[in-house]
Design a protein around this ligand. Structure first.
Ligand SMILES: [Zn+2]
Length: 152
């Protein structure tokens, strides 16, 4: 870890602290450098060598890994795989969440449509052109209602 921060011109003191590059005016040197991690007691920035490079150079994990890869590939391969797995699992979770939320809004708006159409049918003159049009729309909305609720 100390090697990496050294690459960015930061040199931890004997206690392992150096000025934090992630928040401004760190005169007290709040960034503690551990063997494999860092933690800033001023702004709370923390992570491992990859996080550090990611934050310094505005890279994603993959870029940071490749950037450091030549030197650190050996002992980091398994960490990279673990990182990637966690990242993918997280992506999947987010996508599922979004799909679920999206379906819920569709069900809500469909339910709104149904009650609106039913109201129109009561007000409009039965079998008039408009009434028929609304009636068709209601049938379609009811049909969608079944599909949406079945796939729940
Ligand atoms: Zn900081």
């Amino acid at each position: 870890m100390a090697d990496i921060v050294g690459m960015y011109g930061l040199h931890p003191n004997r206690a392992g602290f150096c000025q934090c590059p992630f928040h401004k005016g760190d005169r007290q040197a709040s960034l503690k450098i551990y063997a494999k991690d860092f933690n800033c007691f001023g702004c709370g920035a923390n992570g491992d060598i990859f996080t550090f490079v990611q934050m310094m150079d505005d890279m994603d994990f993959k870029q940071a890994y490749e950037h450091l890869g030549g030197t650190y590939a050996k002992d980091t391969e398994s960490r990279y795989v673990a990182h990637l797995k966690a990242y993918r699992a997280d992506k999947k979770r987010q996508t599922l969440k979004r799909m679920e939320a999206d379906k819920r809004t569709r069900i809500c708006s469909n339910n709104d449509d149904i009650s609106l159409y039913r109201l129109y049918l009561k007000i409009l003159m039965p079998l008039s052109d408009l009434w028929c049009e609304v009636y068709n729309k209601l049938q379609y909305a009811l049909y969608m209602h079944d599909i949406l609720n079945e796939s729940r």
